[in-house]
Design a protein around this ligand. Sequence first.
Ligand code: C2E
Ligand code: MG
Ligand code: MG
Ligand code: MG
Length: 276
Amino acid sequence: MKESPDKEGISRYDQVFRNAVELKNRIEQHEDEALANREFQLYLQPKNRLADGALAGAEALVRWNSPKLGFLPPDSFIPLFEKNGFIVQLDFYMLKRVCQTYPMTVPGTGEALVVSMNFSRVTIMREGFIERLLHVVDSARIPHEAIEVEVTESAFVMDEDAVINKLETLKAMGFRLAMDDFGTGYSSLNLLRKLPIDVLKIDRGFLSENTDPSRSRSVLKGVLDMAGDLGLVTVCEGVETEEQASMLRELGCPVAQGYVFSKPLPEGEFRTRYGL
Ligand code: C2E
Ligand code: MG
Ligand code: MG
Ligand code: MG
């Protein structure tokens, strides 16, 4: 991106870099304050059964509504928080917020809605993670089966065995496990062999318009058949159109998450919309 300098002699590349550093500094300056001021917000996005659209669960997603920095999506601050360690506090804050909204009982069935949460590898690998998680969930008297722990493939890049070990412990305690963004990371199939997961979330890249539709379809079909054989529930992420939904339905995908059903909503709005 090296370009010619502007009139002050600063190249475009330098400007972008300076802005990024400036944002990083500003974020780090405000993160603690933001937590105290409740600037991090819990959004929930539904997962829906493809057969009839019924609510099948929800994913908790963080948003940062900062009076000083504006409304920030997770991709703009999570990588930084993973580097400076603040993600541990944020992940636990989100867990507490989810516990506060529990129970959400699905109208008609009377069953508690399962909420899935994203935990960073940094959080999972922090000493005392399991004990702390148990403390939060048990003091709120929430059944472990109501919480699904989503971990992305990339979490296993380092210390694979140690991460697997933590997840096995959680599974043995009754928490549900989901592998997030399946198919984007490294050694997906190898992980599938080893990890005691309940849910496979297929990355939205598999629905990308930039790939040959018949090839995408074959890959999707293969993944869905394999997941079925393994007894896993498959959730396809990023389903935006009715055409995509009906293709997935045909291929036998049980659950979808995406704008075709709903964008992530502020927690209160989500409850109102679904009568929870
Ligand atoms: P993810 O866990 O894979 O979450 C799904 C992402 O896909 C969300 O992005 C969601 O808004 C987006 N999405 C859902 N449906 C559609 C669709 O139909 N089309 C498109 N284009 N996108 C869709 P979001 O909320 O921006 O979150 C990005 C990532 O940030 C998440 O990816 C997750 O890895 C991470 N994240 C979010 N909240 C937390 C958190 O509390 N803790 C941690 N550690 N990570 C989080
Ligand atoms: Mg996720
Ligand atoms: Mg995902
Ligand atoms: Mg993701």
